[in-house]
Design a protein around this ligand. Structure first.
Ligand code: ZN
Ligand code: ZN
Length: 259
């Protein structure tokens, strides 16, 4: 069985292809389920790299229509990849209840620092901030508003070596995910980004081996996410590599996220 629940479309302004292009690619790869999870806009358009808020209803309408049109060929899900910040809890509920979104994928790029500032994890000036990042993600997991956590180890994209703060951040996220029975995503887009030079050697920015070795022992639920931003990436070499890497770690990923 082949599935993917982490799919972007050109609405986010940094992906190519419309939803139907991704469906065609999924069909060519023999996939049974495809979940769309473009970057969620927020009222007031306070974060970049995503569709404008006024376009959200059009995104939903398009997916509702495609779901019906393709129902004999593939099961489609209407989702969003979204930041967790405590002040938006009413918004998440609105998306799930009023907008009837099938799932919210907690893809945290912005988090709360210990000084209560909203920060971007791509710009962490020390690994201390990974702990703040992990605490925000764990708080998000505990709201039970999110069906899975995208790239939980994305903090390793920063130019620092694995250290005690990384251990701590890993434990914080894993403890919450295990306690709430929420799957963590092994993200193929980190692999797609290629091998970079880090102070701790040449490696993918994420997923990071040290994170997933601990995850393997924790019994946490795991899914693979393509995080495709081009139609030909829905089921590509990076996705296949992700499944192989998990197998080596002794992790059996789940193929279904939603029932
Ligand atoms: Zn993106
Ligand atoms: Zn994504």
């Amino acid at each position: 069985m082949r599935t993917n629940f982490h799919t972007h479309v050109q609405r986010c302004r940094h992906a190519s292809g419309i939803a139907e292009d991704y469906i065609q690619s999924a069909l060519q790869s023999g996939m049974e389920q495809l979940g769309f999870s473009d970057h969620a806009p927020f009222p007031g358009d306070c974060f970049g790299m995503r569709m404008p808020y006024r376009e959200l209803s059009e995104y939903f309408d398009e997916l509702d229509e495609l779901k019906i049109r393709y129902k004999e060929k593939i099961y489609l899900w209407k989702g969003l990849e979204i930041e967790y910040l405590p002040e938006f809890c009413n918004y998440y509920e609105k998306l799930l209840v009023e907008c009837e979104v099938d799932y919210l994928l907690l893809g945290e790029h912005y988090y709360k620092s210990r000084r209560k500032e909203t920060k971007n994890i791509y710009e962490a000036d020390s690994t201390d901030l990974y702990v703040d990042y992990a605490k925000t993600v764990a708080q998000g997991i505990r709201t039970q508003l999110f069906q899975a956590v995208a790239h939980p180890d994305i903090f390793m994209i920063n130019p620092w070596s694995w250290d005690k703060n990384c251990d701590k951040a890993t434990d914080i996220i894993l403890d919450a995910a295990v306690a709430c029975n929420i799957p963590l995503e092994y993200n193929a887009n980190g692999i797609r980004r290629g091998i970079w030079d880090f102070p701790d050697g040449k490696r993918y920015p994420y997923p990071h081996k040290s994170f997933w070795r601990v995850a393997a022992l924790s019994g946490v639920r795991v899914i693979v996410g393509s995080d495709c931003h081009e139609p030909n990436q829905v089921w590509d070499e990076s996705v296949k590599r992700s499944y192989k890497n998990l197998k080596k770690l002794g992790i059996v990923p789940e193929m279904e996220l939603l029932k």
